[in-house]
Design a protein around this ligand. Structure first.
Ligand code: WT7
Length: 649
């Protein structure tokens, strides 16, 4: 299987933006030879500047970098205003609700809605340039309006995924000192209303920085209103003007924060700035999905994650495409839902995650054949390494062996794709992200020497030059940015960006991502820090110690496995009840995505004499693998056999 290689569809390639490997190589060589020329030319060509930039890249304070300094622009104008001449009546967003309700929003309508929203934030809430606004929303068009309205007035949005708990929301609100929260009463899931507003209520206490809460009424369920704090969007929006001048922003003014998990401590507020981010969002949309003027593109992500930011809202709109937004659950009413949507909307590019592909495969192997999927040209995947069986089903059954699969490797911090096939150029191999995109200098390095690794040797996935859409900082913590991303690998004596992922080259120089090298678990394509889950479990009064590791999971990619040492050594009377109680705490502290799949009440944890928990051993036990490590130096070697027996039993 690993030697299998699939050439691009020739008819597709003939019309693609990058048509073959010669064109790819020419672009990448240009970037290597004249890095600033490459990026400067694209920035001039792709973006509409209010004032031109004077400098392409400023590395004088690396790793704090500046791109396109001196330039002035507005990201919402990039995404909307500049399309009004050519595309005012083109669909910008096609919304499909959970219950099958549909709504088409043209570019002109989007312009009006975003302007009204921006005026509301300014006039009724006094939101100003630089203020932080938290968005805690379901997948409805108003979520996109909210993002673009913030961008229009220069406010910095911080979207919190709707599945996060009130505690997680509270932490993010407070870290960013947000003065406004935009939410909805709730939305619909599997035809039933669910609620968001109560979570927001619980996240705001007397000392909260939040002054105003804006509530979009979507499911019209009863919600509690706090007088003077909570306002109805549906009411306030009525009298707002459809014109709102876009704030003139500097290239390096912040566009948004998005919190993501690291291996230690609380989540980091990853900061993305204006010009570089929107440039790469647009370029990767054009290159990797090769969306054409009349195409309809659908990404199934949630706007609460970076994929939703870059590839539902900013990227598609920056290039003037039609983007589909879906409120519902892809397996409801059955596992044919996405294929029915592809047929109904004649979707041309479909972008989803391996976990979704595995679930759709398992629940509805034969579903794709029941629908007309002939509109599909490009199939994308993102979030975790895709396993060959899922890849094969996606390629053959969904794509009829005619579509390119773009296995896009990237992360919250990279802003957009980093390593990915180009659908008209790159011969693809199953479960392989292939090559760095033109302009991205990504290399697998040996962390000890900083040298490029040999074929088949696993090393660290690094990016050795700054790139326009890179993270600009961790909100409020300069040091953590440097330490987290520039602390592990040096090349030629210079700190380079390390992604946290392992990777290896094959004989063709193709890159395969092997997964995280740190204590981050990838659950259904979402990053979960073991430290965060452990901190939540420790809130249980009876827990003395805990260690959490990832364990391969058939559908989720990785599941969460917790080893828990209780305070009372009499053991647990009712293990099931105790596990339930612990998962309830996890749901309160983080959200449903962090619940543990396995828990073991261990008599102790394997530790070194200096007290460091040996997670490698715990990982091996969770997977049922033999322990190859020398355990004689542990504080209490006998603990290993005891835990092994418990897990096996
Ligand atoms: C981590 C980033 C990128 C948007 C969604 C997740 C893993 C992502 C791939 C891929 C192998 C992948 C990495 C990365 N990952 N895409 N195509 N192949 N692994 O964003 O939450 O920031 O997570 O997801 O481990 O570091 P994120």
């Amino acid at each position: 299987m690993s030697k299998q290689i699939f050439q691009p569809n020739a008819a597709f390639a003939a019309d693609a933006r990058i048509k073959n490997m010669d064109e790819y190589n020419a672009l990448q060589n240009k970037a290597i030879e004249d890095y600033e020329g490459f990026w400067g030319d694209y920035a001039k060509e792709k973006l509409d500047w209010i004032e031109p930039f004077t400098n392409v890249l400023d590395e004088s304070e690396a790793p704090f970098v500046k791109w396109f300094d001196g330039g002035k622009l507005n990201v919402s104008a990039q995404c909307i205003d500049r399309h009004l001449d050519a595309r005012k009546n083109k669909a910008a967003i096609i919304f499909e609700g959970d219950r099958g309700d549909k709504q088409v929003i043209t570019y002109l309508e989007l312009y009006h809605e975003v302007n009204k929203f921006a005026n509301l934030l300014k006039e009724d809430f006094g939101v100003q340039k630089g203020d932080r606004v938290v968005i805690y929303m379901p997948m409805i068009p108003e979520a996109a309006y909210a993002m673009l309205a913030c961008a229009r007035i220069g406010a910095i949005h911080s979207i919190v995924f709707g599945g996060f708990s009130s505690e997680a929301l509270k932490d993010r609100i407070e870290d960013a000192a947000a003065k406004v929260v935009i939410t909805a009463d709730g939305a619909f899931r599997k035809e039933k209303p669910y609620m968001l507003k109560p979570v927001v209520d619980a996240a705001i206490d007397a000392s909260s920085p939040v002054e105003k809460v804006l509530v979009v009424e979507r499911n019209n369920e009863e919600v509690t209103w706090v007088e003077g704090r909570d306002y109805s969007y549906n009411e306030l929006i009525k009298d707002k003007s459809t014109e709102c001048e876009a704030e003139i922003m500097e290239s390096e003014d912040p566009l948004f924060l998005l919190y993501t998990s690291g291996s230690t401590g609380k989540p980091k507020g990853v900061q993305h700035n204006s010009a570089g981010y929107i440039l790469w969002a647009q370029m990767t949309m054009e290159w990797v999905f090769d969306v054409k003027e009349n195409d309809t593109y659908w990404c199934t992500a949630d706007i609460g994650w970076i994929t939703g930011h870059t590839y539902i809202v900013y990227g598609p709109l920056a290039m003037g495409a039609t983007t589909v937004m879906f409120e519902g659950v892809i397996t409801y009413p059955d596992a044919g839902r996405p294929w029915k949507m592809v047929q109904d909307h004649r979707i041309n590019q479909f972008y989803t995650a391996p976990t979704a592909i595995r679930v759709l495969h398992k629940m509805g192997e034969d579903e794709p054949a029941k629908y007309d999927l002939s509109s599909l040209k490009v199939l994308g995947t993102v979030g975790e390494p895709i396993d060959p069986p899922a890849w094969k089903w996606y390629y053959e059954e969904v794509g009829s062996s005619q579509c390119a699969i773009v296995d896009t490797y990237w992360q919250t911090e990279t802003g957009g794709h980093i390593v990915s096939p180009l659908p008209g150029a790159t011969p693809i191999k199953p479960a392989c992200a292939t090559l760095p995109l033109p302009g991205i200098i990504a290399e697998i390095l040996d962390p000890a020497t900083g040298e490029k690794t040999e074929v088949d040797e696993t090393g660290y996935m690094c990016i050795t030059r700054p790139w326009p859409s890179q993270i600009r900082g961790v909100w409020g913590d300069k040091e953590r940015y440097v330490k987290s991303y520039y602390g592990d690998v040096q090349k030629d004596g210079k700190a380079v960006y390390f992604t946290g992922d392992g990777a290896r080259y094959d004989e063709d120089g193709y890159i395969t991502i092997t997964g995280r090298t740190d204590d981050v678990i990838n659950v259904s394509g979402h990053r979960m820090g073991t430290a965060e889950v452990e901190a939540a479990i420790k809130k249980h009064a009876n827990v003395a110690e805990v260690a959490v590791v990832g364990k391969p999971h058939e559908l989720k990619g990785e599941g969460i496995f917790a080893y828990i040492v209780l305070k009372s050594d009499e053991g647990v009377a009712d293990e099931v009840a105790e596990m339930r109680a612990i998962n309830t705490i996890i749901k309160q502290e983080i959200g449903n995505i962090a619940v543990c799949d396995d828990m073991v009440f261990a008599p102790g944890l394997p530790k070194t004499r200096s007290g460091k928990i040996m997670r490698r051993i715990l990982r091996a036990i969770a997977k049922g693998e033999a322990i190859t490590q020398d355990i004689s130096t542990l504080e209490d070697p006998s603990i290993v056999a005891k835990i092994e027996a418990m897990v096996k039993g």
